[in-house]
Design a protein around this ligand. Structure first.
Ligand code: SF4
Length: 176
């Protein structure tokens, strides 16, 4: 009888307008969790980790950064349409700030940066994710805190009924 492979959580990691520090934290956390995660996570999309990425049916999309243009809005809507759950990562995604500072610029300062907004096809204002799509959960922090991300991930694993693998017994020196 063929043994079916263990079910994994299909995830994507996406970044919009921001400094990507939560992405750095995400990769740093892997130092401690990679061995566990490779058994339970099917990372379909994470440009920071791999060159082959697909945006197909995801269980969870983790999205960092604020939304700055029509093109980003369309991309976020596409991600939302292909994900059962969407989690906002970090303050920029959750609240817009600090990426959205230019929204509060006085008119004379806005005039000074307008040529840049035009050149790079930037929108009138910077938006947090839930101004564009439905957000199911939020991981706060600037950058995100490790504990909040792990709690959000655990919540998703529970929701999709994916158990954490049992810890492998430590090898006794006598048996080496
Ligand atoms: S929330 Fe902070 S750390 Fe994260 S992208 Fe925005 S500015 Fe950078």
């Amino acid at each position: 009888m063929e043994i079916s492979p263990a079910k994994k959580l299909r995830i994507g990691w996406f970044t919009f307008t921001c400094c990507e520090d939560s992405t750095v934290i995400f990769t740093e956390i892997m130092n401690d969790h990679f061995e566990t995660w490779r058994k339970i996570l099917d990372i379909r999309h994470a440009r920071v980790l791999q060159t082959k990425n697909v945006l197909d049916e995801l269980d969870v999309a983790f999205v960092e950064g604020a939304i700055n243009s029509d093109e980003q809005e369309s991309r976020l809507k596409e991600i939302r349409a292909k994900s059962k759950r969407l989690v906002a990562i970090g303050a920029c995604a959750c609240t817009g700030m600090p990426s959205a500072q230019r929204n509060a610029f006085p008119p004379e300062l806005k005039d000074k940066i307008q040529f840049l907004l035009d050149r790079f096809h930037q929108g009138e204002r910077v938006k947090k994710l839930d101004e564009v799509v439905t957000v199911d959960d939020r991981v706060p922090g600037c950058p995100m805190t490790e504990s909040a991300f792990l709690a959000a991930l655990e919540k998703m694993l529970k929701e999709f009924e994916i158990p954490l693998p049992e810890k492998e017994p430590e090898t006794s020196e006598k048996n080496v």
